[in-house]
Write a protein that binds this ligand. Sequence first.
Ligand code: PEP
Length: 262
Amino acid sequence: MASNDRKPLISGNWKMNHNHFEAIQTIQKLAYALDKDDYQAVDVSVHPPFTDLRSVQTVIQADDIPVALGAQNVHQAANGAFTGEISPTMLQKLDVTYVIVGHSERRELFGETDEIVNAKAKAVLAAGMTPIVCCGETLAERNAGHAESKVAGQISGSLAGLDAVTIGDLVIAYEPIWAIGTGETATPDDAQQMCAHIRSLVMSEWGSTTAASVRIQYGGSVKPGNASELMGQPDIDGALVGGASLDAGDFARIVKFPLYQA
Ligand code: PEP
């Protein structure tokens, strides 16, 4: 595990998968596969589709499962005429802890800009939840040598106007777009290099205390077989996991990454 005080956060992004019956089974199986040593070493969150949140919340609370409930997206407004959208307070009422904002699929497929991501992050914080703010470059941007500048722009745009203490408590997910759902994983060295770059950006804009406490996840084809090496990097504080989080057994093996570290 990285030698710092940051507790890793492993988050399962179920995307548009699992109806509420399947969601109930998945959280129950996950709870069965994890034990108190796992929760002591690692924070865990699951991010089901909106239609599953109430069902998963009920299981988590009834069985006292120490897994945090997360959402995949949110609207930035408190309420109003936004057909099909979900507000921060609606999520907060369901005891949601973490909300993913600016996932690359939202940015690429639904046109979310850094300004929108910034407004969402602020709305999540105002409702007392923690945003997981995503950033990452395309393959073309990486090949053109623009990966670091792309991510730098996303970080300063998505976190604009937030104070140092607030940023120290939130989560940033570095997700190279070319590695999401493709089976391609950034090498541990590449992932570490970008996460260190993100930490140094935070340091120069918000100071060293904030940089030392903000958690930076890596996301992009994380699996049981590569999790421990990725999590062993000093600036990687957990993972945002898509495909491999749909299976409770695979996700539990990722959560148990400390067992496989030297
Ligand atoms: C994601 O959805 O954030 C993700 C990283 O997906 P996958 O693990 O499937 O690449």
